[in-house]
Design a protein around this ligand. Structure first.
Ligand code: FAD
Ligand code: SF4
Length: 429
């Protein structure tokens, strides 16, 4: 999406930083990276030191440098916005500092003295991997039990291909695993191959990080007709395709939704050759889950965004032929309601991108025992669940913001809390 910075560009950009004492950018970063600290090290050409400053707080600092919506996190908070309306380009500087670590496999962290404790981690996405790495630094062994064939979760199967090129997700995972003490079993599922109570019996602690496995339906008739697709599954196929040119792409594509997934699927299908790509969202631009920057990115990539309309009917023959919509507005209670005005759009592909929920299959064996809210797991500030010895983090937890960086932070917080719990248990005999 953005070319990396060269040395002189990075030094010029680093010079724009005021090295603020209270660093609002650091406060705005969910993982609390010392941003002025790492930028200062770039200025003195100490890239390894800079990378260490980043990765000690966020072991996926390489991926986050590529995929974080910095425009609503650290860069939104940067004081340079006040003076020049242009923040320090923190994301690209972070990438400049961390790329050599992954390219040259520079070991920055060591496994702690062996504790003899084993922790089961359900899910090998950002939350699970971050937890495993921190547990290893603390001397524990983790066993990642992962449903997909590969580790990485949505970093590998979900995030747009144009944001993370050259197999970066897998290179980062190899780096994370190189610390040691992280065992992995892929293609195994909680709810199918093992139960939560089996893990509680077998391991010293459990961390649940299985993300969201199901996509919300539109609630319309004929949703299973050919041509109505789930955006997340299509993106997974796209990310795994050897030749992206072999994927079927519609000519007229309609995307229903307003978040990052809607933007990603729209931009990707446009780049793959679809002639018309329209996003339709039931509220206004200010309500979209996708940031203003992402909305503009889609629009400048040739995607049209329509606001204030909801789908009412799929036009179908042997396959989908289009969608009927009704214009929407907010009623006096702030709820979306139809205005009665209708319009139609022709489409040979309709993508559903209206959010995800925790998969019922995964929860099959655990819902009765875990405290849940709105289909997600309830935790305290330490990511401890209502079950003794069980922590949870990432997208499957209630109250999060469904970002890679937040999942990484959850994994880190849970690992520190699990370590404290295990040490207290050992001390108590
Ligand atoms: C299309 C799309 C685009 C996105 N783009 C961005 C972006 O640009 N920037 C950003 O910051 N965030 C983005 N996100 C959000 C981000 O990817 C997630 O917030 C993040 O990946 C959550 O990490 P996680 O570890 O909680 O879950 P996931 O990444 O979903 O990983 C869950 C893991 O659990 C495993 N699993 C699932 N069920 C089971 C089971 N029953 N048993 C065992 N293992 C199981 C899966 O195999 C997977 O490896 C995007 C999300 C989507 C869907
Ligand atoms: S807010 Fe901006 S100028 Fe201040 S320390 Fe952070 S990046 Fe530098």
């Amino acid at each position: 999406m953005h070319p990396p910075l060269g040395r002189s560009e990075a030094l010029i950009e680093a010079d724009r930083c005021y090295f603020c004492f209270d660093a609002p950018c650091t406060t705005a970063c969910p993982t609390g990276i010392d941003i002025p600290g790492f930028i200062q090290r770039i200025r003195s050409d100490n890239l390894t030191g800079s990378a260490h400053t980043i990765l000690r707080e966020n072991i996926m600092g390489g991926m986050c440098a590529r995929v974080c919506p910095t425009e609503v996190l650290c860069e939104e908070a940067c004081v340079r916005n006040t003076h020049e309306d242009k923040p320090v380009n923190i994301g690209l500087l972070q990438r400049y500092a961390t790329d050599p670590v992954f390219d040259e496999n520079i070991a920055l962290f060591e496994r702690g003295p062996e504790s003899g404790k084993r922790i089961a981690i359900v899910g090998g996405g950002p939350a699970g991997l971050s937890c495993a790495h921190r547990l290893s630094m603390l001397g524990h062994t983790s066993v990642i039990l992962n449903r997909d064939e590969k580790l990485g979760g949505l970093n590998e199967y979900g995030i747009a291909a144009y944001k993370t090129v050259n197999n970066f997700a897998q290179r980062e995972i190899e780096y994370i695993r190189s610390i040691g003490g992280i065992e992995v079993q892929n293609s195994v599922s909680l709810g199918e191959d093992f139960t939560l109570s089996e893990l509680q019996d077998e391991y010293d602690a459990v961390f649940l990080a299985f993300g969201l496995g199901s996509v919300n339906d539109l609630g319309l008739a004929n949703e299973d007709v050919e041509g109505v697709l789930n955006a997340v599954d299509y993106i997974a196929d796209l990310r795994q395709a050897e030749n992206k040119g072999d994927l079927p792409v519609g000519e007229r594509v309609v995307v229903i939704g307003g978040g990052m997934t809607a933007i990603d699927i729209a931009v990707q299908t446009k780049r793959l050759g679809a002639e018309h790509v329209d996003i339709v969202y039931r509220r206004g631009p200010e309500h979209m889950g996708a940031s203003r920057y992402e909305q503009e990115f889609a629009q400048t990539s040739g995607v049209t965004i329509h606001h204030w309309a909801k789908p009412t009917k799929l036009m179908t023959g042997e396959r989908v032929a289009g969608v009927d919509f009704e214009q929407t507005t907010l009623d006096k209670d702030g709820k979306v309601t139809g205005t009665g005005e209708c319009f139609s759009m022709n489409a040979d592909i309709v993508f559903k991108a209206i959010g995800q929920t925790v998969s019922g299959k995964t929860l099959g064996t655990v819902t009765a025992t875990l405290e849940m809210r709105h289909g997600k797991i309830v935790t305290d500030d330490d990511r401890r669940t209502s079950l003794p010895g069980v922590w949870a983090g990432g997208d499957c937890v209630y109250g999060g913001d469904d970002l890679t960086v937040s999942a990484v932070q959850d994994g880190k917080i849970a690992a520190l809390a699990i370590d404290k719990y295990l040490r207290e248990e050992s001390n108590n005999g």
